[in-house]
Ligand binder design. Structure first.
Ligand SMILES: [Cu+2]
Length: 520
C-alpha cells in the first residue's frame, strides 16, 4: 500500500460482492446493464454510400529523411472519405490514417513532429517501449507557432513537470521491444478524443528477422486494417459533440455521449466499408481498433454463410507462443490482433464480409474481401511462433494493487474515475520500482479498455476464471466488460520516469480516467 489508490481495495474479486464493492452499483444494476457497447451513436447528416464499393486504401509508408530520422507535419487537410463529400481533417502529413512508419527492432528512430494545427498537440506511440520524455505525456505540449500559451485545460490544472515546446519536438523511440503493430496518435490533456476523431492517428510497425523468417503471409498479403467509426455533419465535416468546438478550454462531450462517442460509418484505413481484392490464399491482417469507444466482435463470413477461421498469431505486444483459432474476435478500442485468414476455400468471385456482431444496421458491416483469382501460396503458420514471452507468476509479484474504473463526481460534475479519483498530473498515483513484478486487479462498471504505457502485461484471470482465448499473449490494453474484473501481471522494466495508465475509451480518458505511474 504505497499510495492513495491502493487503499481502495477490492475484496473477493470475481465474486459479486467484490464487484459491487468496487463499482458501487447495486446488484440489479449490474445484472440489468450488460450492454454490448458503451456510448451513444451519432447519426450522419449526409447520404451514406453502399458498402463494399470503395477500395481499401493502404496508408503510405513514410520515407526517412536520414538514417532513422523521420519528419511529420501535423496540419489541416481535407479528404474525400465519402464519395463526393469533402471532409476537413487534422492530419499527420496530410492523410488519414497518417503515414505508416516501418521499423526494425532495436534500431532507434527519431520522429520530428511539427505542429501546424490551431491547437497544441502531443504525440504518443501506443505500445512503444519509450523513455518518458518521448512518451507523449498529456501536458508535454507542442504549441503551434502563434499559440498564446494560455487557455489550455478545462480544469486549470498546473503541471510543474510539463515540458512544453514550440512548433516542433523530436520524439526518440529506441524500439527495443518485441516486433508488433504500434500506433501513434494525439494524447493532449483533455482533448485526445476529438483530436483522434479528426484524424490524428497512424500506424508504426516494428519487425525483426525472427518474425520475418516464420513464413507468415507477407508483402501484398499482409494488410494493416485500422478500424474506426465516424459520423459526418451536413457540411461534410466530421461530427463530434464537443462541449468546446475549438478544443481549447472546456473538455468533454454533450449528453447523451458522455459514455462514449460512436459513429454510424465504419472506416477501415480511412475508407467507408471498403472492399479489397484478394488471391484465394492466406492473408495476414494486422487489425487495430482505432475507434474512440466502439467495440467490435469480428467475424469473416462467406456468401454462403460459412464463417472462416481467424487464426490469431499475435496480440498487442507481438507474437503469441502458438496460434489461437477464433471464429469470433472481440476487439476493444486500442487493441490490436494479428490474424491469418485463408481465402483458399472461397470460390473465385466470392465475397467474404468482415462483420461486427455487436453492430446493427449499417454498423454491422466492417469491410469485405473479393476473392479475385486462384494463386499459389507458400506461406505457413508455424505451430511455434515465439519462445521469448515472459513467464511471470503470481509468486514473483511484490505488490498487488486494486483499481476500480467507474463513473463518479468530478470537478462539480460527472466524470470517469480510477480508484475514485479523476486524473491530476500533479498527483502520483502509483510508485513502483524498475524491475518489479506486480499484479493489478482491475474492475469496471461499464466497458473500459485499460491501457498501460511502457509495459506489456499478461492477463491472469477474467471474471475470476482463466483468461479468455482472446486474452492470449502479451498485451498493452485489456478490455473490461460491464461489471467485469480482470487480473493482469507485468514487470515494470524499460525506463524510469512518469508514465500513464488509463482507459482507452477516448471520451473517458478526456473526462478524468487516467492515472500516473512513477517508475523509480
Ligand atoms: Cu473507460
Amino acid at each position: 500500500m504505497r499510495d492513495g489508490l491502493t487503499r481502495r481495495r477490492v475484496l473477493g474479486i470475481g465474486g459479486a460482492l467484490g464487484l459491487l464493492a468496487a463499482t458501487g452499483l447495486s446488484a440489479s444494476a449490474v445484472l440489468a446493464r450488460r450492454p454490448s457497447t458503451t456510448g451513444a451513436e451519432l447519426r450522419s447528416a449526409v447520404p451514406l454510400p453502399p458498402p463494399f464499393r470503395v477500395p481499401l486504401p493502404i496508408p503510405p509508408v513514410l520515407a526517412p529523411v536520414g538514417p532513422g530520422r523521420y519528419e511529420i507535419t501535423q496540419r489541416e487537410a481535407s479528404a474525400e472519405i465519402l464519395p463526393g463529400v469533402r471532409t476537413p481533417l487534422w492530419t499527420y502529413e496530410g492523410t488519414f490514417p497518417g503515414p505508416t512508419i516501418e521499423s526494425r527492432r532495436g534500431r532507434p528512430v527519431t520522429v520530428t513532429h511539427r505542429n501546424e494545427l490551431p491547437v497544441p498537440t502531443v504525440v504518443h506511440l501506443h505500445g512503444g517501449r519509450t523513455p518518458a520524455d518521448s512518451d507523449g505525456y498529456p501536458t508535454d505540449l507542442v504549441l503551434p507557432d502563434r499559440h498564446d500559451a494560455t487557455g489550455h485545460g478545462g480544469h486549470g490544472m498546473h503541471d510543474p513537470r510539463a515540458v512544453v515546446s514550440r512548433l516542433t519536438r523530436d520524439y526518440a523511440f529506441p524500439l527495443d521491444q518485441r516486433p508488433t503493430l504500434l500506433w501513434y496518435h494525439d494524447h493532449r490533456m483533455d482533448f485526445t478524443a476529438p483530436a483522434i476523431w479528426r484524424g490524428l492517428a497512424g500506424l508504426h510497425v516494428v519487425r525483426d528477422d525472427a518474425e520475418d523468417g516464420l513464413g507468415l503471409p507477407a508483402g501484398p498479403r499482409e494488410l494493416p486494417l485500422m478500424i474506426a467509426d465516424r459520423a459526418f455533419a451536413a457540411d461534410g465535416s466530421l461530427a463530434y459533440p464537443s462541449l468546446d468546438p475549438d478544443l481549447r478550454a472546456r473538455p468533454g462531450v454533450h449528453e447523451p455521449y458522455f459514455a462514449g462517442v460512436l459513429g454510424d460509418v465504419i472506416l477501415v484505413n480511412g475508407a467507408p466499408w471498403p472492399v479489397h481484392e484478394v488471391d484465394a490464399a492466406r492473408y495476414r491482417l494486422r487489425v487495430l481498433n482505432a475507434s474512440n469507444a466502439r467495440h467490435y466482435e469480428l467475424e469473416a463470413v462467406t456468401d454462403d454463410g460459412r464463417t472462416l477461421d481467424l487464426v490469431q498469431v499475435g496480440a498487442d505486444q507481438g507474437l503469441l507462443a502458438a496460434p489461437v483459432t477464433h471464429r469470433l474476435l472481440p476487439i476493444a478500442p486500442a487493441e490490436r490482433y494479428d490474424v491469418i485468414v485463408d481465402f483458399a476455400g472461397v470460390p473465385v468471385g466470392g465475397l467474404v464480409r468482415l462483420v461486427n456482431r455487436l453492430g446493427s444496421g449499417r454498423t454491422r458491416d466492417v469491410m469485405a474481401f473479393r476473392v479475385a483469382r486462384r494463386a499459389a501460396d507458400d506461406s505457413r503458420i508455424p505451430r511455434t511462433l515465439s519462445t521469448d514471452l515472459p513467464t511471470w507468476s503470481r509468486a514473483d509479484a511484490v505488490a498487488v494493487r486494486d483499481f476500480s474504473f467507474r463513473t463518479g463526481r468530478m470537478h462539480g460534475g460527472r466524470g470517469w474515475l480510477i480508484g475514485g479519483l479523476p486524473f491530476d498530473p500533479a498527483r502520483t498515483d502509483v510508485t513502483t520500482r524498475l524491475g518489479d513484478v506486480e499484479v493489478w486487479r482491475l474492475v469496471a462498471d461499464v466497458h473500459h479498455p485499460v491501457h498501460l504505457h511502457l509495459v506489456g502485461f499478461q492477463v491472469l484471470t477474467r471474471g475470476g476464471r482463466p483468461p479468455s482465448p482472446h486474452d492470449a499473449g502479451l498485451k498493452d490494453t485489456v478490455s473490461l466488460r460491464p461489471g467485469e474484473a480482470v487480473e493482469i501481471i507485468t514487470r515494470f522494466d524499460g525506463y524510469p520516469g512518469r508514465y500513464l495508465f488509463h482507459c482507452h475509451n477516448a471520451e473517458h480518458e478526456d473526462m478524468g480516467m487516467m492515472a500516473n505511474l512513477e517508475i523509480i
